[in-house]
Design a binder for this molecule. Sequence first.
Ligand code: ADP
Ligand code: MG
Length: 250
Amino acid sequence: MVEIRDVHKAFGTNQVLKGINLRINPGEVVAILGPSGSGKSTLLRTINHLEKLDGGTITIDGALMGYKIRGNQLHELREKEVLRQRTHVGMVFQNFNLFPHLTALANIIEAPIQAQGRDRGEVTAQALALLRRVGLEDRADAYPRQLSGGQQQRVAIARALALNPKVVLFDEPTSALDPELVGEVLDVIRALAKDGTTLIVVTHEMGFARDVADRVVFMDAGNIVEEGTPTQIFGAPQQARTKEFLSKVI
Ligand code: ADP
Ligand code: MG
């Protein structure tokens, strides 16, 4: 579903991604772990082309992100085409990033109507079903400031799903939450994983990664150092850097 090939990205002289290769199968749940600054967020942002690549390619369900091939060369897509492509990728951020002036429902229907050109009635019905799915059917008319952090993040997840994305990316979705609100958000993500949604989750919740991920990827300093099943990575990490990281966080 997602194929990341030899992806390089630098900010000035800071090489942040140094040749990332990763294939994610349909329905697979991949957890990305790694220390702060290792390039996890940048990798997620390159997947939906919020960051341009310096080298390498990313395809989603076979479609090259951000580029088209003409002759033998890559040509950048126009902004409008990129925006449309980006709707195939749901993204959930640490700080929810809901529009403060829009209700929960309006937050959810905005992109499907504006960026996908879909019918308001159809999208609204789907949005109400999604609110039910994340346990917020009675909060459709609430504004973000009237919702707890956990509720806001569940709206953000519903918003991501309303695009009918091929993959949903989560960037530390519970890091900004009070501890007692973490569980309700992880439960929603766990249910998505069970339903066969393709998920990439950057997380510091090791218990969650162990329980829910099909595969765990450990990044450090712009490289994938090691990947494997949760049993392999948590039970018998092979690389010194993985062992050191896990010894600090578990
Ligand atoms: P992580 O999510 O693993 O903590 P990031 O991908 O956020 O790591 O950051 C990796 C490196 O890239 C850091 O050194 C960070 O300072 C740098 N970086 C990230 N985004 C930008 C940006 N927009 N401009 C300049 N440097 C950036
Ligand atoms: Mg980050």
